[in-house]
Design a protein. Structure first.
Length: 456
């Protein structure tokens, strides 16, 4: 609304200021032309008087003119000597009049210089040369006070200002509901699109406002319905595929157990079949988890990341010691974040598991919780293992990508992809960076909760 008020004020100013300048200039020009006509008439009367020296009648004419109009008159001969003067001489200084006298004696006509504004303190001086046929025998000046014109200008400016204020008030009174009516659908669309990931089935925009915005809202609602339908189909597919794939694998696994060799005997073919069945089950679980992560974002909740990470590290310390890996937690809180339930635990689980799997013996893994900038909280997992080459970091989050030199390790290549999808669904991002001289730093950036922002 403030932008509308500023725009309305700018438009009114753009209209009122030129109008005021034009009107004051017009009134000034009208007064100048009126005084110029009077001065020319007086100059025609002064010409024979100066030539004959009979100035009595001219003096009476100038006195009467001054008494009627309140305009001072100054008559000079060809040498600039004052011949007649009517007025008290308080309107203009002699130094200022000398310039006009010199211009008149050179045969030049002085034009009005700019508009007469209320803050101007100089009178209106009109100088006319006296003479015929190129012979200048003198000059006559009229010195008009401009107080009356300035008062008129003040009144006119006051009326314009009052009209501008009234127009501003009326514009705001009428425009505010109009602007709200126009912009309400835009705000509704913004709120709907913002809440779409968390309220997919309920978030719809009101189809109100101007016809163009109604059509836009209807199109966005249709898009949301289509997205909802596609995600529902994807979720149904994930559920159906999970059931259809897990059931045969479970039956196969039971059959393989029934075909197990007698105790004390070893069947290499049977072992390979069991391993492949387990591997297939793990791959299917990873695929379904990846599909579920992309299918729908769970509702985010506010949690304190510091105690959550500390509890996770405490629970995993025995396994880390058995794997000869050192877990180091560096966190100082509280650090409140908005994240879907269990996403933070899953992310740290995958990142630490990768660090252990692809690291070396006695690898140190640092888990840190920090808030390097307002509005964000970062949970980082850093190891001093072999790391990933910088030119391959972008590929590491792609589904099924695995480094060629690490194909011997178990895995489907979906761990980072799943975590990236889950973190993105919570409004965050997963970042990977190399560590010098060797190692990898994986950072989960999550939006800070309102509690964290208020604490700052």
């Amino acid at each position: 609304m403030s932008c509308y008020s500023v725009l309305l004020a700018a438009v009114l100013t753009g209209l009122i200021v030129p109008l005021a300048i034009s009107t004051v200039t017009r009134d000034t020009q009208a007064m100048f032309i009126d005084r110029l006509n009077d001065t020319d008439r007086l100059a025609s009367l002064a010409d024979p008087a100066l030539r004959t020296g009979h100035i009595t009648a001219l003096s009476m004419e100038l006195r009467q003119y001054h008494q009627i109009y309140g305009v001072d008159v100054l008559l000079v001969d060809r040498d600039g000597v004052t011949v007649l003067e009517q007025g008290d001489g308080q309107v203009a200084s002699r130094a200022m009049l000398r310039r006009y006298v010199d211009e008149a004696l050179t045969g030049e006509r002085h034009d009005v210089s700019g508009a007469i504004w209320p803050w101007r303190d100089q009178p209106l001086v009109v100088a006319t040369p006296i003479g015929r046929g190129g012979e200048i025998i003198g000059g006559i000046l009229t010195i008009s006070p401009v107080r009356g014109l300035q008062l008129e200008v003040w009144r006119y400016l006051a009326v314009l200002a009052a009209c501008g204020v009234l127009a501003m008030i009326a514009g705001i009174a009428v425009g505010q509901p109009l602007v709200r009516w126009i912009l309400r659908p835009v705000y509704d669309l913004d709120a709907m699109v913002t809440s779409l990931p968390e309220q997919l089935h309920r978030s719809r925009a009101a189809e109100s406002g101007p016809p163009e915005l109604q059509r836009l809202a209807a199109s966005v609602n249709q898009m949301a319905d289509r997205i909802t339908e596609l995600i529902d189909r994807q979720g149904s597919f994930v559920s159906y595929a999970g059931h259809q794939l897990r059931t045969p694998l479970a039956s196969l696994r039971i059959a393989l157990d029934n075909l197990a060799p007698a105790p004390g005997k070893r069947d290499r073919s049977h072992e390979i079949a069991v391993q492949e069945a387990d591997r297939s089950a793990a791959i299917i679980d990873s695929l379904l988890a990846y599909a579920s992560a992309n299918a729908r974002a769970a509702a985010a909740t506010e949690i304190d990341a510091v105690p959550a990470i500390e509890a996770w590290v405490a629970a995993r310390q025995p396994m880390a010691e058995a794997a000869r890996v050192q877990l180091v937690c560096r966190a100082a809180g509280p650090r409140w974040v908005r994240v879907a339930p269990s996403v933070l635990d899953q992310a740290v689980e995958v990142l630490v598991d990768n660090a252990v799997k692809y690291g070396e013996t006695r690898t140190r893994i640092f888990i840190e919780v920090a808030a390097p900038e307002p509005g964000w909280v970062e949970v980082s997992v850093e190891d001093d293992g072999v790391g990933i080459p910088d030119d391959e970091l972008l590929h590491a989050v792609e589904p099924f990508w695995r480094h060629p030199s690490r194909q011997v390790h178990d895995g489907s290549g979906l761990g980072l992809s799943i975590i990236g999808a889950l973190v993105t669904a919570s409004g965050g991002e997963l970042q990977l960076a190399g560590v010098r001289p060797h190692g990898l730093r994986a950072t989960v950036r999550l939006p800070a909760a309102r509690t964290e922002c208020d604490a700052r």
